[in-house]
Design a protein around this ligand. Structure first.
Ligand SMILES: Cc1cc2nc3c(=O)[nH]c(=O)nc-3n(C[C@H](O)[C@H](O)[C@H](O)COP(=O)(O)OP(=O)(O)OC[C@H]3O[C@@H](n4cnc5c(N)ncnc54)[C@H](O)[C@@H]3O)c2cc1C
Length: 396
């Protein structure tokens, strides 16, 4: 009998497997329908020996000391600050939009002090900021919105920014200085030997058994377990009873080129040309030295693996109905990006998993205390064992 069946071996499932096994001595079976662990963060050496991310570039960045220190037990890090260029009006300019972007695009030589005035002069007055379009035009005006955001968003999401919740573009900051880093988090680094190597360490505990190529529907009635942690799509778990939650998907086209470097930065975005949104060159991310280089093109799709929950009010309403069912399902814990229908970065999923672990471990220590009290009522001789039990279970 397993204490936990964990469905999905991405960050959510693997962090919980590791915590439950190593801290509470639980017997865990973790399964994944894919043929590998790591979920969407999975990386591998391709046929040319270059480390690539199968499901698109994954850059680790966080302000959470807890998440960073937790993962640091399972990997060394390579310091890495991500930089992205956008192809606009025949030039490659920094994105997020900063002082250099404006100067290069318009042939100006504004200073930090001038550029705020420039943004104010072009910004539109929007009474109530509701959509992604509102967010951008109220900050940088319609022209920059058209050049950088409108078409990119239409490609990425298949709908106009005016129909998307403001949360989608509020993720894209605008800077008045020359900082061209894509992220400004305190911790920015890549796992030194890659994500998959980190996942192997996370799951290398004798209490953890791994089954790959296994969908939970196929085994759930055959394998005895006490509780389940479910990190797959929540609508799938409940048989799509309130309908399918919409996702945006991507097709990844990987290529290896016979030259050491292809792009001038790790990522180039193409807001206005091509069917793909961006190209990533992996060697920037991994620091690998190689005579060849591998890149990936991302083509947004309506159908395919579920990658991005579509943040629209009607979808949130469907999710809330599923959440009520999830909350009322005892002994099944829904965690991670698909099970909570939210765009989470890796560090947020790690934090979410650690929070659930604390909750589970607090519940276990209450149970342990209650059963100890019952035993103590029956017999005085278990007193010493009980003290040991309580102290083991209480400190997490
Ligand atoms: C293109 C792309 C780029 C990204 N870039 C970044 C980035 O740069 N930085 C960042 O921090 N985050 C990034 N993310 C987000 C990151 O991928 C997620 O935060 C993270 O993977 C979430 O982990 P998870 O465990 O919740 O889900 P997942 O990694 O999706 O893992 C869920 C697992 O459950 C399995 N599963 C589902 N259903 C079943 C079933 N029925 N039976 C068995 N197994 C099942 C799936 O196969 C999957 O392996 C990116 C995501 C995408 C799509």
């Amino acid at each position: 009998m397993f204490d936990y069946l964990i469905v999905g071996a991405g960050f959510a499932g693997s962090v919980l497997a590791e915590r439950l096994a190593s801290q509470l001595n639980k017997k865990v079976l973790i399964i994944d329908k894919r043929n590998h662990t790591g979920g969407n963060a999975y990386d591998h050496y391709n046929e040319e020996g270059i480390l690539v991310h199968k499901y698109g570039p994954h850059i680790f960045h966080t302000n959470s000391k807890e998440a960073f220190e937790y993962l640091s037990q399972f990997t060394a890090w390579r310091p890495y600050e991500h930089r992205v260029l956008a192809s606009v009006d025949g030039q490659l300019v920094p994105i997020p939009i900063n002082l250099d972007t404006i100067n290069k695009l318009y042939g100006l030589s504004l200073t930090t002090f001038d550029v705020e005035g420039f943004f104010s002069s072009v910004a539109e007055n929007v009474a109530s900021v509701r959509t992604s379009e509102d967010v951008v035009v109220s900050r940088v005006g319609r022209e920059l919105y058209e050049k950088f955001f409108r078409n990119y968003t239409r490609k990425q999401w298949g709908v106009d920014p005016s129909e998307l919740d403001k949360s989608v573009t509020s993720r894209v900051p605008v800077r008045t200085n020359r900082d061209d880093r894509y992220f400004t988090d305190t911790y920015q680094a890549m796992p030194l030997h890659g994500y998959t190597a980190m996942f192997e360490k996370l799951l290398a505990h004798p209490n953890i058994k791994i089954m790959l190529n296994t969908a939970y529907q196929d085994i759930v009635d055959m394998i005895p377990f006490r509780e389940m942690i479910y990190t797959g799509p929540v609508d799938e778990y409940f048989g799509y009873r309130y309908g399918k939650l919409p996702y945006r998907s991507l097709e990844f086209k990987h290529e290896t080129l016979d030259k050491p470097v292809h792009l001038p930065a790790a990522v180039v975005n193409y807001p206005n040309e091509h069917a793909y949104t961006r190209i990533t060159e992996f060697k920037y991310l991994t620091g690998q030295q190689h005579l060849k280089t591998s890149i990936v093109y991302e083509y947004p799709q309506a159908e395919g693996d579920p990658y991005y929950p579509v943040p629209r009010p009607e979808n949130a309403a469907i999710y809330n109905r599923y959440k009520k069912l999830a909350d009322a399902t005892p002994a099944v814990h829904f965690v991670g990006r698909l099970a909570t229908y939210k765009y989470y970065n890796m560090d947020q999923v790690v934090a979410q998993a650690l929070t659930l672990f604390r909750k589970l471990s607090a519940a276990k220590s209450v149970q342990a205390t209650e059963s100890t009290v019952q035993e103590l009522n029956g017999s005085g001789k278990v007193w010493n064992d009980a003290i040991t039990d309580i102290s083991n279970n209480g400190v997490h």
